[in-house]
Design a protein around this ligand. Structure first.
Ligand SMILES: *[C@@H]1O[C@H](CO)[C@@H](O)[C@H](O)[C@H]1NC(C)=O
Length: 336
């Protein structure tokens, strides 16, 4: 009896070790952020940090163009709906991914991967981690981190009016721009003219049931917000926060998106599959240690226990902040 117990434990341990060696790791997909590209120095470094722990794990980095420069440009210029069709085909064609994968989306790559889940999800994502993403939209076109010429060009074009005909279809950042305050007409304008965000957030009167069904197949939706993010406004967009008609921050829990469960987030939350966490620092300025401890080990490699989830207490955080809006613009006249 005693022996049996020990051997059962041993078999269990061996099975656990086997499950975590070689190609039995779930593959991983990266989706880079604005201004970055699939095989940049930063992406390679992150990939290597995972390989140091699990050398055989398969990692694919989403790319929209052959050359790095064109891939980087595609993060500023294009129509994200068309880009996502390419991403869906690209991931479907990779045989290593066929049985599903874990994914991490950096900055705008996070909401794009969420859109991948809602629209395609073939092959399916198991854990989706988003890092400083703009799930709730942005109230300003994100700033350029360095003297990036494409970024500057993007901003100068966006200045001609985020939802004007050309811009709304060709500038990626305009496709998740959302300002409701200042003018009561802004909500209507946003719903009518933004070609991406209102759709993936199921904000139209007719809700897309496929989006809910797909999103709810995720094991976990893990959302990291940067503690000192000044690149993305408001930073709480990483947790689906945005600013309401009065310019006040509005928490996911106070939105109809959650209350009426337009995307299935409420159900996922009640099942403990919606995870809110914080990375210290400015936008995308995280340490490799944090990446390993908070993202790679628990969610990408699924090692160790996931119980140390930092679930945010209901309605905290956002309400305590009384930030002056840092932008003075409306949707047709963007002053950058
Ligand atoms: C819902 O989304 C799916 C996947 O993108 C799409 O094929 C379908 O046409 C959408 N349905 C509606 C009612 O918009």
């Amino acid at each position: 009896m005693r022996l049996l117990t020990i051997s059962t434990v041993l078999i269990g341990l061996v099975a656990l070790a086997a499950a975590k060696s070689g190609d039995s790791y779930r593959p991983i997909v990266f989706y880079h952020g604005m201004g970055d590209s699939a095989h940049s120095k930063g992406m390679i470094e992150l990939k290597q940090s995972i390989k140091d722990i699990a050398p055989e794990v398969f990692i694919h980095s989403v790319s929209l163009a052959e050359s790095e420069l064109d891939d980087q440009r595609a993060g500023f210029f294009g129509n994200v709906n068309n880009q996502l069709e390419i991403v869906c085909r690209q991931l479907k064609d990779i045989k290593e991914l066929q049985r599903g994968f874990n994914a991490v989306g950096f900055s705008q790559g996070g909401q794009f991967l969420r859109a991948y889940v809602q629209r395609c999800n073939d092959p399916p994502i198991h854990n989706l981690v988003t890092v400083g993403s703009q799930h709730g939209g942005v109230t300003d076109i994100p700033g350029c981190v360095n003297a990036d010429a494409s970024c500057k060009l993007m901003r100068s074009i966006a200045r001609t009016g985020v939802y004007s005909g050309y811009v709304r279809d060709h500038i990626i950042q305009a496709q998740y721009y959302k300002v409701l305050w200042k003018d009561p007409k802004n909500l209507q304008t946003y719903l009518e003219r933004n070609i991406f965000l209102p759709d993936i957030n199921n904000e139209y009167d007719i809700k897309n049931a496929t989006y809910v069904k797909h999103l709810m197949t995720l094991n976990a939706l893990v959302m990291f917000m940067f503690s000192d993010d000044i690149t993305v406004k408001p930073k709480e967009t990483a947790w689906f926060g945005f600013q309401d008609e009065d310019g006040d921050p509005i928490d996911l829990y106070d939105q109809d998106l959650y209350k009426e469960d337009w995307l299935g987030l409420k159900k996922m939350d009640h099942e403990g599959r919606l995870i809110f966490d914080i990375l210290e620092g400015e936008h995308m300025q995280f340490s490799l240690e944090d990446f390993t401890d908070k993202i790679t080990l628990p969610f990408l490699l699924e090692m160790g226990d996931n119980d140390k989830r930092h679930r945010r207490p209901l309605g905290s955080e956002l309400k305590d902040q009384e930030e002056e809006p840092a932008f003075q613009m409306d949707q047709e006249q963007l002053i950058l």
